[in-house]
Ligand binder design. Sequence first.
Ligand code: PEP
Ligand code: MN
Length: 341
Amino acid sequence: MLIIMKKGSTPDETARVSDAVRALGREPERVVVAGRDAIAALGGGAPLDAGRFEAMSGVHHVVPLAPPYRLAAREARPAGTVIRVGGSTIGGGSLFVVAGPCAVESEEQIVATARLMKHAGANALRGGAYKPRSSPYSFQGLGPEGLKLLVRAREASGLPIVSEAVDDASLDLVAEHADVVQIGARNMHNGALLKRAGRLRKPVLLKRGIAASLDDLLMAAEYILDQGNGDVVLCERGIRTFSQHSRFTLDLSLVPAAQAASHLPIFVDPSHAVGRRDRVAPMARAAVAAGADGVIFEVHPDPDEALSDGRQALQPQEAAELITQLREIAAVLGRKTEVAR
Ligand code: PEP
Ligand code: MN
């Protein structure tokens, strides 16, 4: 980073900043920038905390020369992260489609959905056994029983499973049963849970918090990568804005921005963003057109009877048509569209 001193700062103040840089294992180099004294903190290692220097006496401002994340940065893996899940690939130009209900409700519901989505060409089945709901009075998921039903659905359909963990206990159980562990928008800032997910040997689908910037999301991913788990998939799921026509605002501009900043694949969840069945397909198609590595959306065999998020769940037939369209859009863009059968 470049630490720019105030005009009129004293040699003592400059020396204290240089000492602080040296104490952090960096070589301070004195330079002049637009007529001001400045200190460049050179050398590798973990990114320095700009705020610490900004608070020092005599400092005007600090210019970071590198992003605050290292392992998630595109330069760390220029070719891009590629992850195998079931018989399919995430990243590397493939399109990965995850479809399934918001929550696992019964064996009949999850097995039927799994079979239909396999037939429709999905790459994985989603289904929450632990549901972080906005209201404590809403259905909270079947817990361990839900995970057992997901395993049965995988056996019946051959589709790998994506399921969310909400705390330490559920993280271990979900990792034991599912193929991909989802960390939801509400837990994106939960550093302790992210670290624990970093010690898993399972891919992690990390959703963007509703008020998180791209840097915030990549710093959350950094927690997981730093613990040794490199298989992280980012997911845009809508952010809070002043718009009233949509539950959240799907920020598709995150897709190319994340791909430029990071080597991690990025998915889009249109269902939780728009919150309405009739808006899901248009935004899913737009996500693939924008270059998303995957799409995750909700589908239910009987949306009107769903125990959670029924109003945003597609009917199985709508879901099948959407998956076909997504593959067609991907093909136009020269993406790989083969499906493991
Ligand atoms: C979900 O995928 O079921 C979910 C709760 O999503 P989010 O964390 O994005 O709200
Ligand atoms: Mn849901």
